[in-house]
Design a protein around this ligand. Structure first.
Ligand SMILES: [Zn+2]
Length: 266
C-alpha cells in the first residue's frame, strides 16, 4: 500500500473513533447516573425499612409475649420528676412494670433510676437523646445507643436486656446495633396514645381497652418529649388500667420477667 493510501486509512479510522468515543462515554455517563439515582432512592428506603409496615415482617421486634397470666405495662421517656406518683400507684396494685428510660433524663436525676430498680421494676434502654433514628446517620444512631447503655448501666450498676427506639422507629442501623448489644427489641401490642395532644384519661382507657395475657401496653411517665402535662392524663388513667388487669385475673409484670418465664416453659 502506498503512503497516500495508508494516510487515508489512518484518517478514516481516527474519524470513526472520534465518533464512537463520545457516544460510548455518553452512554457510560448516562448509565452511571441512572445507577446513582437508583442507589440514592433505594438506600434511604432500605435504611428506613425496619420502621415500615412491610419491613416489620422481615425486621422483627417483640410486640406480644407468651403468657397465661401476665400483662406488661411499659413506661417510656423517663425517669422524670413525677416518678414517685407512678411508683406509688404501682405499689398499691402490687404491679411490676418496665421503664424504657432516656440517658439524658437519667443524667438529670440518677437517683430516680435507682428508685425504679429498688422498687422491683425493670429498667431498659430507650435512647440517650430522644431522636428519630431514621433521621440520624448510622454513626449517630450507634453512638446514641452505646452512650445510653453506658449512662444507664453505670448508674444502675447492672446490665440491661431490652431496647425500644424513640417513637418505636428502628432504622437499619439501630435494628442491627440492638442485636450487637445483645438486647431484645421490644415494641408494643396496645398504644395508649397518651402522647397525643388531644389525649384524655378516657381516650387512654379507650385505647388500652381490657388488656389480655401476653400483651404489652405503651404508656409514658414523662412529658419531656411530648405534650406538656400529658403525664397527668396517664397518671389518672393508670389506676383503672391496673384494676382492669386485676379484674381479668392477670398480673402486671415486667417484659423481661415474662420473657424469662417463656424461656423456662418453651
Ligand atoms: Zn419515647
Amino acid at each position: 500500500m502506498c503512503l497516500a493510501a495508508r494516510l487515508l486509512e489512518v484518517r478514516w479510522k481516527t474519524e470513526r473513533l472520534s465518533g464512537v468515543l463520545p457516544r460510548f462515554l455518553g452512554e457510560f455517563v448516562s448509565k452511571a447516573m441512572t445507577a446513582l439515582t437508583f442507589v440514592r432512592r433505594v438506600l434511604p428506603i432500605a435504611y428506613s425499612a425496619p420502621a415500615t409496615r412491610p419491613g416489620r415482617v422481615l425486621f422483627r421486634a417483640i410486640t406480644r409475649l407468651r403468657s397465661d397470666n401476665a400483662v406488661a405495662l411499659t413506661f417510656d421517656d423517663g425517669p422524670d420528676y413525677r416518678l414517685d406518683r407512678f411508683l406509688g400507684l404501682m405499689e398499691e396494685a402490687r404491679a411490676r412494670v418496665t421503664f424504657f428510660v432516656v440517658g439524658e433524663q437519667v443524667e438529670r436525676a440518677p437517683s430516680k433510676l435507682r428508685e425504679i430498680d429498688s422498687c422491683g421494676h425493670e429498667v431498659s434502654v430507650h435512647c440517650y437523646r430522644h431522636l428519630n433514628h431514621r433521621q440520624l446517620t448510622p454513626k449517630q444512631v450507634v453512638e446514641d445507643m452505646r452512650r445510653a447503655r453506658t449512662v444507664i448501666e453505670e448508674t444502675l450498676e447492672r446490665s440491661t436486656e431490652l431496647f425500644r427506639p424513640p417513637y418505636g422507629c428502628f432504622s437499619l442501623a439501630s435494628w442491627l446495633e440492638a442485636d450487637r448489644q445483645g438486647w431484645e427489641r421490644v415494641l408494643w401490642t396496645r398504644d395508649s396514645r397518651d402522647w397525643e395532644p388531644r389525649a384524655t384519661p378516657q381516650s387512654i382507657l379507650d385505647n388500652v381497652g381490657w388488656p389480655r395475657a401476653g400483651e404489652i401496653l405503651l404508656l409514658h411517665d414523662s412529658d419531656r418529649y411530648g405534650v406538656p402535662g400529658s403525664w397527668q392524663n396517664t397518671l389518672e388513667a393508670l389506676p383503672v388500667i391496673l384494676e382492669r388487669v386485676s379484674a381479668r385475673g392477670l398480673l402486671a409484670r415486667p417484659v423481661g420477667t415474662i420473657l424469662g418465664a417463656e424461656d423456662a416453659n418453651p
